[in-house]
Design a protein around this ligand. Structure first.
Ligand SMILES: Nc1ncnc2c1ncn2[C@@H]1O[C@H](COP(=O)(O)OP(=O)(O)OP(=O)(O)O)[C@@H](O)[C@H]1O
Ligand SMILES: [Mg+2]
Length: 154
């Protein structure tokens, strides 16, 4: 069962969900963003970062695999593992350290890590529906569940 399902008729709705999610975040959360190419994962991340006061360009870390945003309340790591190929790179790059109680991780294409990543607290699955998208939000921990509750009441 999904904890929360939301219709996102246009890109503005995806950004707005990002804003809501941003307000529900606490340090330590790890969130997987699933969905096909172009489903809106980076758009959602952009909405999160805008709400948290980041005014620069939010680019997809397609080649660098991860982008760090040093925000007032926590460090936010935005992963895009689409081109992740070498499992050894996971350890070598020190990605494991990014998943810690003081940071928030948003991960596009988590399944490309082949099980290297710690389990998430929350997963957002974006699916195509007509011209827009549908978001399914699911929690996998008490922290994730609390985040969904804050999201629902926002
Ligand atoms: N709810 C929506 N309805 C319609 N279009 C949307 C919606 N959300 C985002 N888009 C549009 O979809 C396009 C692709 O979005 P985005 O780059 O965020 O996808 P992505 O999931 O990150 O893709 P990739 O897997 O390639 O990284 C953008 O043009 C964005 O404006
Ligand atoms: Mg993307």
């Amino acid at each position: 069962m999904d904890d929360l399902t939301l219709a996102l008729p246009d890109a503005a709705a995806t950004l707005a969900l990002g804003s809501r999610l941003a307000r529900a975040l606490v340090p330590g959360l790890s969130i997987w963003l699933r969905g096909d190419l172009g489903a809106g994962k980076t758009t959602l991340t952009r909405g999160v970062l805008r709400e948290l006061g980041f005014t620069g360009r939010v680019k997809s870390p397609t080649y660098t695999l991860v982008e760090l945003y040093e925000l007032p309340r926590f460090n936010l790591y935005h992963f895009d593992l689409y081109r992740f190929a070498d499992p050894d790179e996971w350890e070598d790059a020190g990605f494991r350290e990014y998943f810690n109680p003081a940071s928030v991780c948003l991960v596009e294409w988590p399944d490309k890590a082949g099980g290297r990543m710690p389990a998430p607290d929350l997963a957002v699955e974006l699916e195509f529906r007509d011209e827009g998208r549908v978001a399914d939000v699911r929690s996998f921990s008490a922290m994730g569940m609390a985040c969904v509750e804050r999201l629902k009441s926002s």
